[in-house]
Design a protein around this ligand. Structure first.
Ligand code: GLN
Length: 301
C-alpha cells in the first residue's frame, strides 16, 4: 500500500523569514536578515512592507519549496545577484547569471571617465573589450546617444546576457556584440584606425590571489572573468599592444585595474612607446582604479 506523503506543515511568512535569517546567518552571511527579506520579496513577488503587514499569512507548499531552495543556495554562498538575476549599475538594472561577472560600483568610474573625456571623433566608435554583462557598453550607450559600440567577449553565454541588457535599455541598435578574443573580432569590421576609445575591465586577479577571494566570488563568478595571469596584467599587456592598430590618432585606452597595478601598468605603457598617460582615477577606498592612456599621433603599431 502506498502511504500518502505527510501534508506539509502550514508555514507563515514570518516563520519562513526567521528560518531564512538563521540559515543565512549560520552560513556566516553578514547581512543575513535583509538578504532573507530580499529573497522572500523576490520569490513571493511581494514587498518588504507587505511581508510585515501580512506576516501571519500562510505560504503555499510550492512557494515554501521555492523560497527554501533560494535560501539554501545563498547559504552555500551563491551571490544574491545570481539568485535574483539582477544588479544595478549606473542607475540601470542589469540581468546577470553565472556566465557573467557581477558589475561592480567601481567600474562606474570607468564609464564616467570616458564620458568626461568628451570624445569628438565622428563617427564616434567605442570598443568594449570583455563586455561580460554588457554593463559598460550599455551604460555608455545611454550616456552618449550618438556613439556606436562594438562589444566583444570570448563567452557566447555572456554575450547573450549582454544583448538582453542592451535590448532592455533600448540601445541594441547601437551596440554590436561580437564573439572572440579581445580585439580580434574588430578586424572583420575594418575598424583599424577608427576607434575613438577602447575600454576594458579585463580579468585582473593575479593567480596567487585567486584562492584568497571571498567564497561568493571564488566559487561562483566565472574564472575567465577574473584570472589575469601571474601578475594580473596579462590582458592589459595584450590590449596595450593590440589596441594601437585600432585606435584613431589621439584615441583613448581606458582600463580598470586592481590594487597596486596602476604603476606597473603605466611603466608597461611607457616602455611600449605609443601611449601618453591621460588620467588616473581613485575609487571610494582611495585605490587607483581607472587608468587612461592616449594613443600618440606619431605612434606606429
Ligand atoms: N565588462 C564587464 C564588467 O565590467 C565584465 C568584466 C569581466 O568579466 N572581467 O563588469
Amino acid at each position: 500500500m502506498k502511504l500518502a506523503a505527510p501534508a506539509p506543515k502550514a508555514t507563515t511568512r514570518s516563520a519562513l523569514l526567521r528560518a531564512g535569517g538563521s540559515l543565512l546567518s549560520g552560513a556566516g552571511i553578514p547581512n543575513a536578515e535583509n538578504e532573507a527579506i530580499w529573497i522572500l520579496e523576490f520569490a513571493l513577488g511581494t514587498s518588504r512592507l507587505a511581508l510585515r503587514l501580512e506576516a501571519n499569512r500562510t505560504v503555499a507548499a510550492s512557494e515554501q519549496d521555492r523560497v527554501m531552495k533560494l535560501f539554501a543556495r545563498r547559504a552555500a554562498r551563491e551571490p544574491l545577484q545570481y539568485l535574483l538575476g539582477s544588479q544595478e549599475f549606473c542607475g540601470l538594472d542589469f540581468l546577470v547569471d553565472r556566465s557573467v561577472l557581477i558589475p561592480r560600483p567601481e567600474t562606474e568610474l570607468l564609464v564616467e571617465q570616458v564620458i568626461q573625456h568628451n570624445l569628438r571623433t565622428r563617427p564616434l566608435i567605442i570598443a568594449d573589450i570583455g563586455t561580460g554583462s554588457g554593463c559598460i557598453a550599455v551604460a555608455l550607450a545611454r550616456a552618449l546617444p550618438t556613439a556606436v559600440f562594438y562589444a566583444t567577449d570570448r563567452s557566447l553565454a555572456a554575450l547573450r546576457i549582454a544583448e538582453h541588457n542592451a535590448t532592455r535599455h533600448g540601445v541594441k541598435d547601437r551596440v554590436r556584440f561580437l564573439v572572440g578574443d579581445l580585439l580580434e573580432p574588430l578586424r572583420a569590421h575594418r575598424l583599424e584606425g577608427k576607434v575613438a576609445a577602447v575600454v576594458s575591465n579585463p580579468p585582473y586577479i593575479a593567480d596567487r590571489e585567486l584562492l584568497e577571494l571571498q567564497p561568493e566570488v571564488r566559487m561562483f563568478e566565472p574564472r575567465v572573468a577574473l584570472a589575469g595571469g601571474g601578475d594580473g596584467l596579462e590582458f592589459h599587456r595584450r590590449l596595450l599592444s593590440d589596441a594601437g592598430e585600432f585606435l584613431a590618432p589621439g584615441g583613448l585606452l581606458v582600463f580598470e585595474v586592481g590594487q597596486g597595478q596602476a604603476g606597473p601598468l603605466s611603466e608597461i605603457a611607457v616602455a611600449q612607446g605609443g601611449y601618453a598617460q591621460a588620467g588616473l582615477v581613485r575609487d571610494a577606498a582611495g585605490l587607483d582604479r581607472v587608468v587612461c592612456f592616449e594613443r600618440k599621433n606619431s605612434a606606429k603599431f
